[in-house]
Design a protein around this ligand. Structure first.
Ligand SMILES: Cc1cc2nc3c(=O)[nH]c(=O)nc-3n(C[C@H](O)[C@H](O)[C@H](O)COP(=O)(O)OP(=O)(O)OC[C@H]3O[C@@H](n4cnc5c(N)ncnc54)[C@H](O)[C@@H]3O)c2cc1C
Length: 425
């Protein structure tokens, strides 16, 4: 289906990109367009395209391509654009290390262990799912407990159903999409159970995947036990109090042969840790400048490896920025320094990028901690002087907020730190 051209592995590249999802492919193309001659994308899977290849539902590309595409269609477009733009793509290869001199070490099915000389690197390794053990669900350990993404892969890529009657823990987008997907395949979905008092996925997914199929969503409820000898036979669910502690005396059993766990993604950050990059404790991805440069010179990052995106379109925008600067870096043009730190404050979990410049235009991505209606996004100095405000109709943690900042907005600001808050009006 998606076909990367055969290639020769050179000893030297201007830019090497770790990960061939939409972030890596977009960054590679932007690096080429910025003048880098040899650009290589390395992906550990046998096909490039990343997680999109298993997301066969529609809903991708409305911002970036101005039309609604399925995940594989989006992946096909970004892969073709990269190949047409002269990017080399090496699949079935794992990027192991980026040395202090930016020499890149990889392990390839075709080429064995290879060390490539490179001028700039882009990290675009995506994210991985949190598992049952990450949230410590007590109970037995029978077969039939899957992450939602693994179930998606089994159904969409291998044509295998994970079970016949399913309970889903977590209302993140993957869980919601799988509730609909499994229902369409004839599987009974007993319910979606969410610890928080609000759904944790995009509103459109709650409506299109649950409401439209009459699948119950139980908020402020969690799974407190898994029973079954060889295979899951039932899960025990219970409401939680305001401190998210389960109330076992109000628990009930849900008969099912499968539990899907959809409790969030975390950046695939082994390589980032190994390179001793500065990490953001909230996103768990690298701290980045407005050029998407990490704390290591010449090492850039974009996509889910930096922070979890709900829309791939914003991954592509971020990738273009990272790749552009990696391409310029390879030609000896280092990104201009930023002069302002962004500090997440009231009701803001994190901001990316972590620093900006008052002289350039930026898009700042942020997530709120709690839902709010009729609110205001405020930038102010640490001693409380308001620099910029934007009214918002509502905010919810699962939907990323984008703030476009033009230099004119910060013309009268001369400090080195800005607080970012989202407050009730
Ligand atoms: C189930 C699901 C549903 C979604 N639905 C939507 C939707 O409806 N609309 C929308 O716009 N967005 C949606 N998204 C979000 C969007 O798909 C992601 O934000 C986007 O694909 C992330 O791109 P990425 O390139 O950062 O990561 P990925 O697509 O995960 O790509 C990372 C790649 O890096 C490779 N890799 C990792 N480590 C290494 C290494 N060391 N060496 C070599 N290769 C490596 C991986 O194999 C992978 O191919 C959905 C995501 C999921 C998971």
């Amino acid at each position: 289906m998606i076909d990367a051209r055969p290639h020769v592995l050179h000893d030297h590249y201007d830019v090497v990109v770790a990960g061939g999802g939409p972030a890596g492919l977009g960054a590679a193309l932007a690096a080429r367009e910025a003048g880098a001659e040899r650009v290589l994308v390395v992906d550990r899977e046998t096909e490039a395209g990343g997680i999109l290849l298993q997301c066969i539902h529609a809903g991708f590309g409305l911002h970036h391509f101005g039309e609604e595409l399925t995940g594989p269609e989006y992946a096909q477009r970004v892969l073709e654009a990269a190949l047409d733009g002269g990017v080399d793509v090496l699949t079935d290869a794992y990027l192991l290390d980026v040395g202090a001199d930016r020499a890149v070490k990889l392990l390839s099915g075709e080429h064995g262990v290879a060390t490539l000389d490179t001028r700039a690197a882009v990290l675009a390794m995506g994210a991985r799912e949190r598992t049952r053990s990450a949230i410590r669900i007590p109970g037995e350990r029978p077969a039939g407990v899957f992450t939602a993404g693994l179930a998606q892969r089994l159904v969409n890529l291998h044509g295998v159903l994970p079970g016949r009657r399913v309970a889903i823990l977590g209302s993140g987008d993957i869980g919601l999409i799988m509730a609909r997907r499994l229902t369409l395949e004839g599987v009974e979905v007993a319910g979606v159970f969410e610890l928080l008092p609000h759904a944790n996925g995009l509103t459109r997914n709650v409506v299109q995947c649950l409401h439209d199929f009459d699948i119950p969503l139980h908020l402020s409820t969690t799974v407190i036990g898994i029973d079954g000898r060889d295979r899951v036979e039932r899960v025990t669910v219970a409401p939680v109090d305001d401190h998210r502690r389960p109330l076992p005396d109000r628990a009930w059993d849900v008969a099912c042969d499968t539990l899907l766990v959809s409790v969030g993604l975390i950046p695939e950050n082994e390589l980032s840790r190994q390179l001793r990059l500065r990490l953001d404790p909230v996103t768990q991805g690298p701290v980045v400048t407005s050029a998407m440069e990490t704390s290591r010179d010449g090492v850039f990052a974009c996509g889910n490896v930096v922070h979890i995106h709900d829309l791939v379109d914003f991954v592509s925008a971020e990738a273009t920025l990272a790749g552009h600067h990696a391409g310029l870096f390879a030609a000896g043009r280092h990104p201009r320094a930023d002069n302002v730190r962004l500090q997440p404050a009231t009701n803001v979990a994190y901001c990316v990028p972590h620093t900006i410049s008052t002289e350039r235009e930026h898009t700042v991505y942020l997530r709120v901690r709690n839902p709010l209606e009729r609110c205001v996004l405020r930038l102010s100095t640490p001693d409380g002087v308001v620099v910029h405000e934007r009214k918002l109709r509502y905010v919810v943690p699962p939907e990323m907020v984008n703030l476009r900042l033009r230099p004119a907005v910060l013309a009268d600001f001369h400090g080195d730190a800005l607080q970012v808050e989202v407050l009730a009006r």
